[in-house]
Design a protein around this ligand. Structure first.
Ligand SMILES: NC(=O)c1ccc[n+]([C@@H]2O[C@H](COP(=O)([O-])OP(=O)(O)OC[C@H]3O[C@@H](n4cnc5c(N)ncnc54)[C@H](O)[C@@H]3O)[C@@H](O)[C@H]2O)c1
Length: 250
């Protein structure tokens, strides 16, 4: 079950955190993985980490917000590993910029762009770049890493990020239905709070709000991606699945 050998997976923003965990999980099931990040050194060290555990991985640094860079990156993957059959759109947050939660009333229009650029246009650029091959081979898996902030209103100061994440979810649904007869599935994972927060005091406070009683880990998300990427998940498409320790129920 969940055998991904003979598959080529592109995971964006996989130089650290959740994406690095997804790359490792897919490689452990046999996929050849292309580890993307906008930061070259991160992509390289994450690919090396996969190889050191016996997986097949290459680093493919590019900026997902640039259609040309994405097309060149995907062409390079096809040359080295074969056409991409599994795409995980993980690059997100505020893209290459820092992310300081701020109420919408305090944000200027020129601060909106970075959230939409990576969380929506990044997802669209990568999906567009891999779709023709998936249609030709009549097999593909597209997974977009979204957030509870894309599903519900929050007091955290993440309105434009949430708009970008919600747009990615909506886009996946349409891609799913347009390609349902092409052997291609498209789904979103809406993550809850992950263990990337470095401050023990903040972490303890956050954990109290999570029914399961702990923050999420990259391995939690990697396991969900393995399932969605597999042959066995062929009847799962157009869905948004919460991976959040019970924080939000749908
Ligand atoms: N951390 C959380 O609590 C949380 C919660 C919900 C959803 N998410 C989502 O999960 C995903 C991963 O989150 P994370 O916490 O691991 O993030 P992270 O910031 O630790 O890692 C994201 C990686 O993406 C790369 N990146 C940024 N912009 C890029 C671009 N334009 N092109 C290519 N790579 C780019 C960064 O360099 C970084 O290495 C994101 O989509 C995020 O929105 C995270």
């Amino acid at each position: 079950m969940f055998d991904l050998s003979q598959k080529t997976a592109l995971i964006t923003g996989a130089g650290q955190g959740v994406g690095a965990g997804i790359a490792l999980a897919l490689a452990q099931q046999g996929a050849a993985v292309a580890v993307n990040d906008i930061v070259t050194e991160r992509a390289q060290s994450s690919a090396e980490a996969v190889r050191s555990q016996g997986g097949q991985a290459i680093a493919v640094p590019f900026d997902v917000t640039s259609p040309q860079a994405v097309n060149e990156g995907v062409a390079s993957i096809a040359q080295q590993l074969g056409p991409v059959s599994i795409l995980v759109n993980n690059a997100g947050n505020a893209g290459a910029n820092s992310f300081a939660p701020t109420p919408f009333s305090k944000l200027n229009p020129d601060e909106w762009q970075k959230f939409i650029a990576v969380n929506l246009f990044g997802v669209m650029n990568c999906t567009k770049a891999v779709l023709d091959d998936m249609i030709e081979y009549q097999w593909g898996r597209i997974i977009t890493i979204s957030s509870g902030a894309g599903q519900t209103g929050l007091t955290l100061g993440v309105s434009v990020y949430g708009a970008g994440k919600g747009a990615g979810i909506s886009f996946m649904r349409h891609v799913a239905i347009e390609n349902a007869r092409n052997g291609i599935t498209a789904n979103s994972l809406a993550l809850g709070l992950m263990n990337s927060v470095d401050d023990a005091g903040v972490t303890a406070a956050l954990v109290k709000s999570i029914p399961v009683g702990r923050l999420g880990t990259p391995a939690d998300i990697g396991a969900a991606c393995v399932w969605l990427a597999s042959e066995e998940a062929a009847w799962v498409t157009g869905q948004t699945i919460g991976i959040n320790g019970g924080s939000l129920q749908s």
